[in-house]
Design a protein around this ligand. Structure first.
Ligand code: NAG
Ligand code: NAG
Ligand code: NAG
Ligand code: NAG
Ligand code: NAG
Length: 948
């Protein structure tokens, strides 16, 4: 029915179009006139074609055939001639044209619809790689003989008309690298039965991958990467014996569970497959054993940026033609199978940012053709294998952020003279000297050895690394002088040798480095006069020399150094005297308060939890003071209450406005939670964590316990108040996108700090909007650490050992599923709660909303709507604030906001993965949210990167 209507419509439009167009292009315009007209609009010089001869005699790029007794132009091929200007609509007058190839020029303006006057002849239309704008004219759908359509690499916009998906003769459909949007019709495989090449990558297409595409059994290339396709990979991949390339990378394709990568198993039937890319999607699952059965000609395999977990199967070593293997940014664990050394053709190996462990197998050294190896950000231990010296074609090596130890063998460098981009061994546990052989690396541009335990002096051979632009060896134990030879590295731009034990003078020769723009020598033991030329003058703000107390600006250096030392000695003496005095006072005070046992809070605390608070930085407060601060716990000062107890607002004697949380001691565990909170907040300080000012605990004369925590008071209430609309700003509005995003980033910042930057990682365990508080400047702070856990053993951070003694922690809706099975609290658990909260902030819907029944929950609901149905889940208030209320049509969200929101929802979803291993860490989430915030400020134009 529908197609009938469409066809009728088409023919009506065709009639209108034809009659209108004939007014412009009289059918009696000759081929020659049409070409001359084309020549002038495309800015070809007049002498390009000899106008006194016939086009069919000898015109460049023109081919003719005898048709109906006359010579007619059948092919016009002016590709790659640097044509500018536009395409003349007279081209439509070349009524016998079969091939029109204007690719790789710089033509601009629209595609003339008149090309469709050629409807019965044109078989190949190639306008790829130009600067054409506007829409793809729907009239191209009249080209009933067209086999090849190539419009890639232009700036075309709009949707692709249905008529074009109906050109049943099409073999090649190429519209890559434009700004086209819309969905691909689900029946494309039926309407284009001859299709062998489908390429729509680098556009803005949405919707699912049409299952019917997988029904074209002869198909050779399916390239849909870098769009916004969602949904799962449709079935049918098992029946494509001629498939050579399958690229769905950089979309939003989902899959769930251990078997989420079974598309790999299906593709084992495609024996010609040479390129498989599924990277940067949301595919979850284990790498199937069957991966080894993929085609014997498979050359490139991209799987990075997904949620892949489990081990790398040894069978992968059967992919004997593989040149690129990239599984970066997943959660793959276990050891690298030593069989990987059988991948003799491999040139690029990317295993970075996973959870791989164990030692790096020696067999890697068998891959002699390796150009790039990146194993950074895993848990590798042990030495850098000696066999790495086999990598004679290596261009870059990144082993940073692991736990590699032992010394760096000079032999490895000896055989790596080819290394030319980066050598990164930073953030490991490497020790021993920096080998002399480093000088062999004459082509390398960046060397980063920071944050290891390297000792000894810097070999002067480093001066032979003449291509070096950036050298980082900060935070090691290097000693001895700075070699003069550093000045031989003429192109050096950045030199960071900070936090070592380097001594001696700063070589004057460093002034000769003309392009040096950043120099950090701070925190060493350098001495003498600072040179006063070159970078030391040119870029004074980028030269860091602090922490070298024997350095000085002018002569006489020794004297001023001596003076400084005298001052230091004096300071030392005064400090020691003071310390002794303070000690005496403290002991006296302790003896005094011990006598007054039971009367104030202080004593009780010290007795019940000896070093709990005394060691911390919080001063204590008495019950009496809290009573007066809150007007005898006056209900008028009540700001909140919950299962934990009640919160009052009050003023301490010094006038500090505070929130006093009085714990309900009848609640079981209230004491435990009090201690947990004190302990968690004892040593942490961060702008996004509520500040604990003091605490009070005492047993009164009736032997009743009183427990209270005193925090800074945050005037803008809780995030929950804002989400539920109880709080509004002065204009009566809720939070706009940016404000919500700022809140989310604040929270992520606080959590990232707790998880990664504290001495002992802290897990909050009860993240929810009511525990996020906002201060007068709308800075969000995480509060209520009553369930917080300190992860004492570092191993706990990522492990999820089962433990039946752990009761369910947290709040319904926000607790990660694994806690229900008794797993110990983990940072991944917090990530889950954070993800739920993030979704709530932007949907306005609580995870416990009544509308979620049965299997439906907040996460699945959002998942089903992102990205193309975002309106469905977006908080209606946000739509109001964006002023995109529907007039007659649908809502229209401005592009920046739309992109930003999609990124945000993706973060929420990536944090709420069912498997804890698959979840983003708070650090990743923070990073991505910051990226999302960027998109609000810079309109991110869709790149027209080279086609993959
Ligand atoms: C085209 O046809 C029009 C009207 O029939 C006529 O006036 C004109 O001279 C013709 N042009 C050529 C180039 O034959
Ligand atoms: C152009 O073509 C005419 C007719 O064929 C010929 O006489 C003339 O030499 C040509 N001019 C050039 C520059 O080739
Ligand atoms: C065709 O062009 C070439 C070079 O432009 C010239 O050498 C040749 O003589 C021309 N032939 C004719 C038939 O004009
Ligand atoms: C694919 O082909 C199979 C078998 O011919 C058919 O049953 C199925 O409906 C087709 N799917 C689509 C989406 O066209
Ligand atoms: C490997 O994959 C990651 C994640 O998808 C990407 O960032 C990186 O550029 C890729 N590297 C190569 C060499 O393809």
């Amino acid at each position: 029915m529908n197609s009938h209507i469409a066809l009728t419509l088409l023919s009506v439009l065709a009639c209108i179009f034809l009659s209108v167009d004939s007014a412009f292009t009289p059918s009696n315009v000759t081929d020659k006139e049409a070409l001359i007209s084309f020549q002038s609009t495309a800015n070809l010089p007049p002498f390009f074609w000899n106008h006194s001869s016939s086009p069919c005699t000898n015109w460049t790029g023109v081919a003719c055939n005898r048709i109906g007794g006359t010579q007619r132009v059948v092919s016009l091929d002016l590709s790659g001639l640097g044509l500018t200007g536009s395409i003349s609509h007279h081209v439509g007058s070349l009524t016998e044209l079969q091939v029109l190839n204007l690719a790789r020029n710089n033509l601009s303006g629209p595609i003339p619809p008149s090309i469709s006057n050629l409807s019965s002849t044109l078989t190949s239309l190639n306008l790829g790689t130009n600067s054409l704008t506007g829409i793809i004219p729907m009239e191209l759908g009249f080209l009933r003989k067209l086999k090849e359509l190539d419009l890639a690499g232009n700036q075309l916009t709009g949707t692709v008309a249905l008529s074009i998906y109906n050109i049943s003769s099409l073999v090649r459909f190429t519209v890559a690298s434009n700004q086209l949007w819309g969905e691909i019709p689900s029946n494309i495989g039926v309407t284009l039965p001859n299709l062998l090449y489908f390429r729509n990558c680098f556009n803005l297409f949405t919707g699912k991958i049409p299952a019917s595409l997988h029904n074209i059994t002869r198909i050779r290339e399916l390239r849909l990467s870098n769009n916004f396709h969602d949904g799962s990979v449709p079935p049918g991949l098992g029946n494509l014996p001629f498939l050579e390339m399958y690229n769905i990378g950089f979309n939003r394709i989902v899959s769930y569970g251990d078997n989420g990568l079974n598309l790999i198993t299906s593709l084992t039937n495609s024996s010609r497959l040479s390129w498989l890319a599924i990277d940067e999607n949301r595919l979850e699952g284990l790498i199937p054993e069957s991966i080894g059965n993929l085609s014997k000609v498979l050359s490139k395999l991209y799987m990075g940026g997904n949620r892949i977990y489990g081990n790398i199967p040894a069978s992968i070593s059967q992919l004997s033609s593989l040149t690129l293997l990239n599984v970066t940014y997943n959660s793959i664990s276990g050891e690298i199978p030593s069989e990987i050394g059988q991948l003799k053709e491999l040139q690029v190996l990317g295993l970075a940012r996973n959870k791989l462990s164990g030692t790096i197998p020696n067999s890697l050294g068998n891959i002699m053709k390796l150009n790039h190896v990146n194993l950074s950000g895993n848990y590798f231990v042990g030495n850098i294998p000696l066999a790495f010296s086999n990598f004679q074609k290596l261009l870059s090596m990144d082993l940073s952020d692991n736990s590699l130890n032992g010394s760096i063998s000079g032999e490895i460098f000896l055989n790596l003279p080819s290394l030319s981009t980066i050598l990164n061994l930073s953030n490991n546990l490497l020790s021993g000297p920096l080998p002399e052989e480093i000088g062999v690396l004459a082509s390398v541009v960046t060397i980063d050895l920071s944050n290891n335990g390297l000792s000894g002096s810097i070999p002067s051979s480093v001066g032979k690394c003449t291509s070096l632009e950036r050298l980082f060896i900060a935070r090691n134990n290097l000693s001895g002088p700075l070699p003069n030879s550093l000045a031989e590295i003429r192109g050096l731009e950045i030199l960071d040798l900070s936090s070592n034990k380097l001594s001696g003078f700063i070589p004057d020769k460093l002034q000769e480095l003309q392009v040096l723009s950043f120099l950090n020598l701070s925190f060493n033991s350098l001495e003498g006069v600072i040179p006063n030329g070159g970078v030391f003058v040119r870029n004074i703000s980028s030269v860091y020399l602090e922490g070298n107390w024997k350095l000085c600006r002018d002569w006489p250096c020794v004297k001023s150094g001596g003076q400084r030392r005298k001052v230091q000695v004096l300071v030392l003496i005064i400090t020691s005297v003071l310390a002794v005095l303070v000690g005496i006072v403290v002991i006296a005070w302790l003896l005094y308060v011990r006598k007054r046992k039971g009367l104030g809070c202080k004593t009780t605390i010290r007795e019940t939890s000896p070093d709990l608070l005394i060691k911390g930085q919080h001063q204590l407060v008495t019950y009496e003071e809290l009573r007066s601060a809150t007007g005898n716990f006056n209900p008028e000062n009540l700001v909140g209450s919950g299962s934990f107890g009640t919160v009052y607002r009050g003023f301490l004697r010094q006038g500090t406005e505070v929130a006093v949380k009085v714990l309900d001691i009848k609640m079981t565990g209230s004491r435990k939670s009090f201690l947990a909170e004190c302990e968690a907040l004892r040593n942490v300080r961060h702008r996004n964590l509520v500040k604990l000012i003091t605490s009070c605990s005492r047993v009164d004369f009736k032997n009743m316990e009183f427990l209270a925590l005193v925090y800074e008071y945050l005037s803008n209430g809780s995030l929950e108040d804002w989400i539920k609309g109880k709080k509004k700003n002065a204009d009566g509005d809720g939070l706009n996108i940016l404000e919500r995003l700022n809140v989310a980033i604040d929270v992520a910042c606080g959590l990232d700090y707790l998880h990664h930057d504290c001495e002992v990682p802290v897990v909050h365990c009860d993240l929810k909007p009511s525990n996020i508080l906002l201060d007068g400047d709308m800075t969000a702070k995480i509060g209520d650490f009553g369930l917080a856990k300190l992860l004492m053993e570092r191993t706990e951070i990522t492990q999820h050992s089962l433990s039946s003694t752990n009761v369910l922690k947290g709040s319904i809706g926000y607790i990660p599923p694994e806690y229900g099975f008794g797993q110990k609290p983990s940072t991944a658990g917090d990530a889950y709660s954070f993800g739920v909260m993030l979704l709530e902030i932007f949907t306005g819907k609580s995870p416990t909303d009544e509308s979620f029944t049965g299997d439906e929950n907040l996460i699945r609901w959002v998942q089903s709507a992102i990205p193309h149905n975002m309106i469905k889940v977006l908080d209606p208030e946000l739509l109001d604030l964006m002023h995109c209320l529907p007039n007659e049509g649908p809502y229209l969200i401005p592009a920046e906001e739309h992109n930003c929101l999609v990124l945000i929802f993706e973060v929420g979803l990536s944090c709420t993965c069912v498997s804890p291993d698959g979840r983003s860490s708070l650090r990743e989430a923070l990073y991505k949210l910051e990226t999302a915030r960027q998109t609000l400020f810079n309109v991110e134009s869709v790149n027209s990167q080279a086609l993959t």
